[in-house]
Design a protein around this ligand. Structure first.
Ligand SMILES: [Zn+2]
Length: 99
């Protein structure tokens, strides 16, 4: 399932990475607190370690400028109806605006 390249910067994603391929799987909305889509197959992007760290830690205003943001939005649009109303508060602001 994993592409060869980071979905943000295009860097090569090595299947033999010592830290493991799991490091490349970025959850579009956090698994923590938003359990309704925790294991949804579209709730993920494949990002290199640097882009994954940025995606998880940057502010909303910077995330929406990332190359992978349109990918995140198009996948989010396909599973957002499954997110429970009481989980909305755990969404980042940039996703709340899309609900
Ligand atoms: Zn990257």
């Amino acid at each position: 399932m994993m592409p060869r390249e980071c979905e943000n910067c295009g860097d090569y994603l090595s299947p033999y990475n010592v830290i493991g391929q799991r490091a490349y799987i970025a959850h579009i909305v956090p698994k923590r607190h938003i359990e309704s889509v925790m294991v949804h197959p579209l709730n993920r992007m494949f990002l290199c370690v640097d882009c994954h760290t940025n995606y998880d830690n940057w502010l909303n205003k910077d995330i929406v400028k990332m190359s992978c943001w349109p990918i995140a939005v198009s996948r989010f649009d396909k599973f957002k109806h499954l997110i429970e109303r009481d989980e909305y508060k755990h969404l980042r602001e940039c996703f709340k605006e899309l609900m």
